[in-house]
Design a protein around this ligand. Structure first.
Ligand code: FE2
Ligand code: FE2
Length: 126
């Protein structure tokens, strides 16, 4: 499962780069594509919430290592549920907003890959 989540991160990263490029030319297309990919990312985050966080909370006893990342997880879900739908097609700032949003998501993926996934793998191997 962790391998598949990693593969999904890789796909999301590629899509986000494409969306950032698109946003420089047509904000309408970029936002529509972002909404589409946003739904897939949300499904991914919900799966992580359900399957990873429960195991880590139960088994990993050093909360300072993962609590912060899991709290950021709520932020990402909020971003996907609210921020994307608030983007305006005509907004001058849409390129910047999409860039910030993409950077936040990429940072989240990296933290999971570097910290949360290894903890998960360790927890389930014990
Ligand atoms: Fe996540
Ligand atoms: Fe993830």
């Amino acid at each position: 499962m962790v391998e598949r989540l990693r593969t999904e991160h890789r796909d999301f990263r590629l899509e986000l780069i494409e969306i950032e490029e698109t946003s420089k030319f047509t904000s309408y297309k970029a936002i529509e594509k972002l909404k589409e990919i946003g739904r897939l990312i949300l499904r991914h985050e919900i799966e992580e919430e359900a399957r990873i966080i429960q195991v880590i909370t139960e088994k990993v006893k050093e909360p300072e290592r993962w609590v912060k990342i899991i709290q950021e997880h709520r932020g990402i879900v909020d971003l996907l549920e609210k921020k994307i739908s608030q983007l305006e097609y005509s907004s001058q700032e849409v390129v910047e907003e999409i860039k910030t949003l993409s950077n936040d998501m990429r940072k989240h993926f990296s933290e999971e890959e570097e910290i949360v996934f290894p903890l998960m793998l360790k927890a389930i191997s014990e």
